[in-house]
Design a protein around this ligand. Structure first.
Ligand code: HEM
Ligand code: HEM
Length: 243
């Protein structure tokens, strides 16, 4: 009876032998890349929420002003998450030099490679449901690659503009001002930096929404693992069955 059920479920082949499906997996995302991905995602979540409240503070809180430190806590949370983000970014940059080939993808767009360029067009059609068959990629597909590279440019902008705003608080003799004070020669009015830093947040929010949609969609439609690959590091190609 148990065997019959197992056979129905496909655990045995016709000759009664146990059937193990040989699916191909490739180790792609090393542990430091995965650690960075999730810490970075968490920092960005905290930065977007705290940053939103820095830009649009809550109505004044009741009671004696000196008894309230709500905005102080919100700003502290923002600065702590911002500096954690920067430390992990530097770590991720270091890993691009010492890690595997896929750890470098995020920082280099192979625009000189014709196959890659055709891949961008194919993937655009695939995301628009205009072609039927997904292509297989061990690392990022070309369109995702462009999105992630662009996201990194925005991230660098947010770190530089954020540190410039932070240096206004620490003062002109601080190391923060020595390193990032040059931003004020581009935007002499710091309100402009606030505005661009704020707009940068919405660009990043847009990336995250599209990114999570694409990760879930690809996990289901592309016949390759996605979300679990950013957890285990391994990409599974579901169609490479060898009975
Ligand atoms: C994804 C990354 C980040 C997001 C989404 C973000 C978002 C925001 C937003 C929306 C504001 C309010 C701007 C306004 O309307 O005035 C803000 C302010 C600020 N952010 Fe960020 N930020 C990020 C990264 C950083 C980083 C890395 C730092 C560096 C420590 C930083 C430091 C600051 C500072 C100093 C302010 C001004 C605080 C104030 O005037 O009270 N931010 N951020
Ligand atoms: C603030 C939120 C997030 C940001 C900023 C972000 C950013 C990124 C970046 C930059 C990469 C490239 C990693 C590298 O090459 O080192 C990546 C990969 C990836 N992310 Fe996220 N991510 C976020 C949240 C998420 C969430 C919530 C999920 C799951 C639903 C997810 C799933 C993935 C997957 C599956 C990959 C690998 C895609 C591939 O294999 O081509 N991410 N993400």
């Amino acid at each position: 009876m148990t065997t019959q059920i197992a056979e129905i479920q496909g655990a045995y082949d016709a000759s009664g032998k146990e059937k193990a499906r040989a699916l191909q997996t490739i180790y792609v995302y090393e542990a430091p890349v995965r650690l960075w991905h999730w810490v970075n995602a968490l920092c960005i979540l905290v930065l977007c929420i705290s940053g939103y409240f820095i830009g649009s503070p809550l109505p004044s809180v009741p009671g004696e002003a000196s008894n309230n430190f709500l905005m102080g806590y919100i700003r502290f949370t923002h600065f702590a998450a911002g500096q954690t983000l920067i430390v992990f970014f530097l770590f991720r940059l270091y890993w691009a030099f010492v890690g595997n080939a896929y750890s470098r993808q995020l920082f280099i767009l192979p625009v000189w490679n014709k196959t890659w360029l055709w891949g961008v067009i194919y993937e655009a059609k695939w995301y628009a449901f205009l072609v039927k068959d997904p292509k297989k990629y061990i690392g990022h597909n070309p369109l995702a690659h462009i999105a992630m590279f662009t996201f990194m440019l925005f991230l660098v902008f947010m770190m530089i503009s954020g540190m410039a705003l932070y240096s206004e608080g620490t003062g002109q003799t601080s190391w923060q001002y020595k390193l990032f004070g040059w931003v004020f020669s581009i935007f002499p009015n710091s309100q402009d930096i606030h505005t661009w830093h704020h707009l940068g947040m919405w660009a990043i929010v847009t990336f995250v929404v599209v990114h999570v949609y694409a990760a879930v969609r690809e996990d289901i439609l592309s016949r390759q693992s996605m979300i679990s690959s950013m957890v285990s590091g391994e990409r599974l190609f579901r169609d490479d069955l060898k009975d």
